[in-house]
Design a protein around this ligand. Structure first.
Ligand code: PMP
Ligand code: GLN
Length: 387
């Protein structure tokens, strides 16, 4: 393994899912739903396979049906307009979109700011691009995690190339509000930065609303040319295994990502692209029901964790709730998560893996609630043994 990747070994998600399998514990570690997405979308994939649509290399930028559906989705939900031919690119999940964005936009030695705790592939993507990561820490403040605008401003230097944003935010569940987003938009324009914004949890919001950074382009001239938005089908349609993602943004940015993407996978998921094009057009009711179901399991799990004695930060979005284990007299999230299957038959993720400043996250643990209510109820009963 080369020096750039030396620190990355095996992802925490693989490690913890293996622990769940070997111990038979309930897996609230890796974030994936335990029910598949809509029947009609699965049928659409079967039809595409059977009709020979996408079984051979699809077009490099993605099938036109899907690019048009992505553009239409951005218009329908956010009033954003993108040209499906030059401003939309289909990728192998958001993971490839992130890696290709960093590879296509960052020069070796450039600094990339990421909100810490950050999703693990950000650090690896920045490293592969030869960039230097600069974490800006989100800290608990009352019920939610907050971004300190002064810390973000202070983190920008002459070497800063881009800000890697994530809202709704994994693992804290924070949904950035309009003031925070406006501040970031202003900073990007003022300091001539790019912003890559990972919005894969855009439809998983339980309090308030998701606002894409790109919608601030009306107020901040120059922003449209600086913002690249990433999303994917995994979380919105319960198909994390399909790995269909996309980026939207100004042509120069999308074209940089396309160049990198061509030599990573070239193309992927042919038949699934057609199915996701149909999923994007599902009626509003689908999206409301999805959020309603997850809000209920969020509340169920939060209640269980509270009853077990942990301090819970209320996630406004995502699949995850972060809890503080110090009220249990514990301070090492790694040790806690390694022992949890034996102690009570549950698997969780130590948030420390998402930090450069490990001490900031040492005592936080992430639990996924994207599971059926009966599974969350059973996990709650098991966690009660900790109290
Ligand atoms: N970004 C964030 C914040 C995530 O939590 C995940 C994990 N699901 C991804 C990106 C990766 O998404 P995909 O499965 O579409 O590659
Ligand atoms: N995004 C998912 C999570 O945060 C995991 C995806 C993965 O296993 N790489 O749990």
């Amino acid at each position: 393994l080369n020096r750039r990747l030396a620190e990355f070994g095996t992802t925490i998600f693989a490690e913890m899912s293996a622990l769940a399998t070997s111990t038979g514990a309930i897996n609230l570690g890796q974030g994936f739903p335990d029910t598949d997405g809509p029947e009609e979308v699965r049928e659409a994939a079967v039809r595409a396979l059977r009709d020979g649509r996408g079984n051979q290399y699809p077009p490099g930028p993605g099938v036109p049906e899907l690019r048009r559906a992505v553009a239409e989705h951005q218009r329908r939900f956010y009033g954003l307009s993108y040209d499906p031919d030059t401003e939309v690119l289909v990728t192998a999940g958001a993971t490839e979109a992130l890696a290709a964005s960093l590879l296509g936009l960052v020069e070796p030695g450039d600094e990339v700011i990421a909100l810490e705790p950050y999703y693990d592939s950000y650090a690896a993507g920045i490293a592969m691009a030869g960039g230097t990561r600069v974490p800006v820490t989100l800290r608990p403040d009352g019920e939610r995690y907050r971004l300190d605008p002064d810390e973000l401003r202070a983190a920008v230097t002459d070497r800063t190339r881009l800000i890697l944003l994530n809202t709704p935010h994994n693992p804290t569940g924070t949904v950035l509000d309009r003031d925070e987003l406006a501040m970031i938009a202003e900073l990007a324009c003022e300091r001539d930065l790019l912003v890559v914004t990972d919005e894969v949890y855009e439809h998983l919001v339980y309090d308030g609303e998701h606002v894409p950074l790109a919608t601030f382009a009306d107020r901040f001239p120059g922003l449209r040319e600086r913002v690249l938005t990433i999303s994917s089908a995994g979380k919105t349609y319960n198909f994390t295994g399909w790995k269909v993602g996309w980026v939207t943004g100004a042509p120069e940015l999308v074209s940089a990502v396309r160049t990198a993407k061509q030599y990573l996978t070239f193309v992927s998921a042919g038949p699934f692209q057609y199915a996701v094009a149909e999923a994007l057009a599902l009626p509003d009711r689908y999206y409301t029901e999805l959020a309603d179901r997850l809000r209920a399991t969020r509340d169920l799990l939060s209640e269980g964790l509270r009853e077990a004695g942990l301090t819970v930060y209320r996630p406004a979005g995502t699949y995850f709730v972060t809890a503080d284990i110090r009220p249990l007299g514990e301070s090492d999230g790694f040790a806690f998560c390694r022992e949890l299957p034996d102690r009570c038959g549950v698997v969780a993720i130590p948030n420390a893996v998402f930090y450069d400043h490990r001490e900031e996250g040492a005592h936080f643990v992430r639990f996924a609630f994207c599971k059926r209510p009966e599974v969350i109820r059973e996990a709650g009963a098991r966690l009660a043994r900790l109290a």
